[in-house]
Each structure stands twice: as structure tokens, then as C-alpha cells.
Write a protein that binds this ligand. Sequence first.
Ligand code: BTN
Length: 244
Amino acid sequence: MKFAVTRLSAVSSTNEAAKELARAGAPEGTVVTADEQTAGRGTKGRSWHSAPGLGLYASVILRPPAEALAVLPLAAGIAAGEAVAKSSGIAVRLKWPNDLLWQGRKLGGVLCESGFTGAEFDFAVVGIGLNVGHGLGDFPDELRGRAVSLRMAAERAIGREAVLAAFLQELEIWLKRLDRQGGAAIAAAFASRAVPEIGAEIVVDAGEGPVAARYEGIASDGALLISTPSGPCRFLSAEIIRIL
Ligand code: BTN
């Protein structure tokens, strides 16, 4: 895949900018990155803290087959984790479906969105947000106990451009794997890098408050598998359920 990177100093959200470009016909491999986002978005309508000059904020336009959509966030998460390892030597764990964690603290996340023309799938945008150059004081109070950056984890400065280049390389590798080996291979690769351990007692929230459950793993279509006192359940989207 040929990547063409547009670098902006500030934008509301690189995902929004990429979606606009995709709607206007921009090809697969178009990448938007910015030094700062003024309205960076996370999953579930949350905002993504996007301190100027400190994080990697980037979005990639993809046009995969519609069947690939469910595991795309997992493939992107694996690619992000591999990119972090390559560029900084830090080993991250993945938390379904889009969190990158280092020692239990949030290092980054992935936000995948899709565009449709009528009922027809048109494009996907894979957005990655990674805390790179932050010191503890660069995070707002409410994130300070839960967030970490590559600089803090590696105890040295890591360049955002090197991380982006590694991410794009890895994304291509994992998209090829998805294409050739199917969603099951991606789900298995994700599961082998993921927390919690299979069988762990977890707490989930599917919109009705915290519920105790047992983590059973990731299905081959990317769904989260859990069991609760009322029986086994599967959830395809983080918009429906969250592991607390
Ligand atoms: C999450 O963990 O909730 C996902 C965070 C994704 C943030 C990135 S930053 C680049 C791209 N643009 C956005 O507005 N969000 C994603």
C-alpha cells in the first residue's frame, strides 16, 4: 500500500479530517496527522486528550472489504502495539477492543470509523492516538493516575515520526494477514497480546452499571466473549460493552 501523509499543525480531529477526504474520494493509504487536535475523540463519545506536540494523532483511510470491518480495530491495535515495540522497545498489552496499555496504564488507543454511501460500505478510517512525549504533568489531573507516555515508559525521548512510520509498516503487514488468513488469525494474534488472562474475573458495563463476569477471550469475528451468572455472552462492539 502506498501511504501519503498530510501533516497539519492543528485540526479538530484527524479522524474527521480523514473522513472528509475519504468522502471526497481520497484513496486508501491517505494519512492525516496533526501536532494538535482541538476536538480529539475517543470511543463512546469521549474526548481524547491531545496535548500539542506531545502525542501521535494520526488517521489512515482504508477501503477494505466490508467483512473485514469487525476485526479492523483489532488489526490496528496489534499494529500499534508492534510499532511501539519496534520504535521504543516497550512491550504493551492490548485490551479489547482498542486500548494499548503499559503496566496497566493507558498509552494509547485506536478509533475506527466507517463511511457508507446509502447502505453501501464505502471506507474505513483507522485513528491512532498515542501518548509519546508527555511527562506526568502534561496529563490533566483526572488522567494522571491512569495514563502513561512512551517517554515515561522508555525513560528516553521517542520521536513521533518514527512511531508513525513503524505503525504504517505494521498496519500494512497486519492488513495483508487479515486479507490472506482471515479474521480468526487476527483475533488469535490479538488474544495472545491481550489482557486480562482468559478465565479472569472482570467487571463489565453494558450500559446498566457494573456487572461481574468471567473473561472467555476473543471470538474469530472479533467479538468479546464473557460469561455472566446468566450465561455466556458475546459483544461485537465497544459501543455496547466496556471492560472496567
Ligand atoms: C480510545 O482509546 O478511546 C481511542 C482514542 C483514539 C484517539 C485518536 S487520536 C487520532 C484520531 N483522531 C481522533 O479524534 N481520535 C483518534
